[in-house]
Design a protein around this ligand. Structure first.
Ligand code: ATP
Ligand code: MG
Length: 170
């Protein structure tokens, strides 16, 4: 699939842990365009897995994304964003700066996500984590347009993730 996104977008990746969001972001976007919740956790706590730092990390994520959008820079949010309330804040941020909010969904089988995570450092949690993310994501899928996303692209398998091509239009 080929998609075309405006130069001035807020791209929100949505997917369970292990679905491939960070890999996808690295493949398609500049390192500096990506604002990642893990990186923000590390900045505020020295530990990208410190869940107790999430509140501060997301404050930094919104601040960073907001400053980039104020400067009309395309911005990609690399966080699970499977909960409607997390997405609502991001859509609101895009609106504030008149950027186009775009949802790119990695709807990947949670058991595969878990399997991938078993080969990773810092992801030694049980299969319920990816499953819970996936359940929340699937509940929200049909409402994404209504939440305010102006483009919604859903990838339902790793092959679809690998095949996606993104072009930008001025
Ligand atoms: P988290 O939410 O935990 O940060 P994530 O969604 O960012 O997870 P990644 O770190 O991108 O996921 O990928 C998880 C694992 O899956 C990595 O080991 C990565 O190498 C592998 N992976 C990612 N994308 C693909 C893909 N398209 N095909 C095969 N393996 C992949
Ligand atoms: Mg990641």
């Amino acid at each position: 699939m080929k998609i075309s996104i405006p130069d001035f977008s807020l791209v929100v990746l949505i997917g369970p842990t292990g679905s491939g969001k960070s890999s996808f972001a690295r493949k398609h976007f500049l390192e500096t365009e990506i604002v990642s919740s893990d990186a923000c956790r590390a900045v505020v706590s020295d530990d990208e897995t410190d869940q107790a730092a999430s509140g501060d990390a997301f404050e930094l994520l919104r601040l960073t994304a907001g400053i980039r959008l104020r400067r009309r820079k395309l911005t990609v949010i690399d966080a699970t964003s499977v909960q409607p309330r997390d997405r609502a804040e991001l859509v609101q941020l895009a609106r504030q700066y008149h950027a186009l909010p775009i949802a790119l969904v990695l709807n990947i089988d949670p058991d595969l996500c878990h399997e991938r995570n078993q080969g990773r450092a810092n992801r030694d949690f049980g299969p319920h984590v990816a499953r819970n993310h996936s359940k929340a994501l699937r509940r929200g899928l049909r409402g994404l347009q209504k939440e305010g996303f102006r483009q919604v692209h859903i990838m339902n398998a790793p092959a679809e993730v690998d095949a996606l091509e993104i072009t930008r239009e001025p």
